[in-house]
Design a protein around this ligand. Sequence first.
Ligand SMILES: Cc1cc2nc3c(=O)[nH]c(=O)nc-3n(C[C@H](O)[C@H](O)[C@H](O)COP(=O)(O)O)c2cc1C
Length: 203
Amino acid sequence: MYPSDILPKVYPKEVTEQATGGDVGSYDEVDEILNSNIFSVMLNRRSQRKFEDREIETWKVEIIYAAADTAPTAGGFQGFEIFNITREETKGKLAMAANNQPYVNAPLVIVFCSNPNRIKMKFSNDILQKFSLQDATLAAGYAQMAAHALGLSSIWIGMFDEKSVKGIINTDLQPSSILCIGYPKKMLLPKPKRKLTDLIHNV
Ligand SMILES: Cc1cc2nc3c(=O)[nH]c(=O)nc-3n(C[C@H](O)[C@H](O)[C@H](O)COP(=O)(O)O)c2cc1C
């Protein structure tokens, strides 16, 4: 199976020229992943800060990006951009901009930025900013879930110096999160949460 056979299954809209090459899982492996139970993925995801020094297969990276692109966006305008960090040097700089959090140097590092300019709706700038921030955040959340379904782990980085990150990735757009993904050194158990009755406020 080629990556170009996988992407249409998860994302029927488009298959790009780039969707070729790289190791591809067997039919069984790919189908099993594409049929993952969403509840099991959500319930078992844990933040991971220790990654194996192992490259992520190209087809898995493609599915992560395709999954990010399935997220709902305000007006369907996709008010966000994805920066795929390829250079080790850039990852190092991002780690420094993120309060020296070393795990930002993960095998796959993605910066999600909001792009209000894409949202062609007649609302105030404040609203468009808010929409695009939500677009970028949701996309990162979808990517994080996809990563877990693919047997990977991730850490969401929200603590970073925005100005530095903008300079490092050379954009004027506002970075919303940095998602760091890799094979976990050890799968962790889910963290306990508040009781739903404490979380939910009936009004
Ligand atoms: C908005 C946001 C910002 C976060 N920023 C960081 C961060 O800068 N560094 C970090 O190590 N974890 C960060 N996290 C991860 C949280 O610490 C983690 O999700 C939380 O402890 C719950 O653990 P869990 O994801 O394993 O359920 C962030 C998560 C979110 C949603």
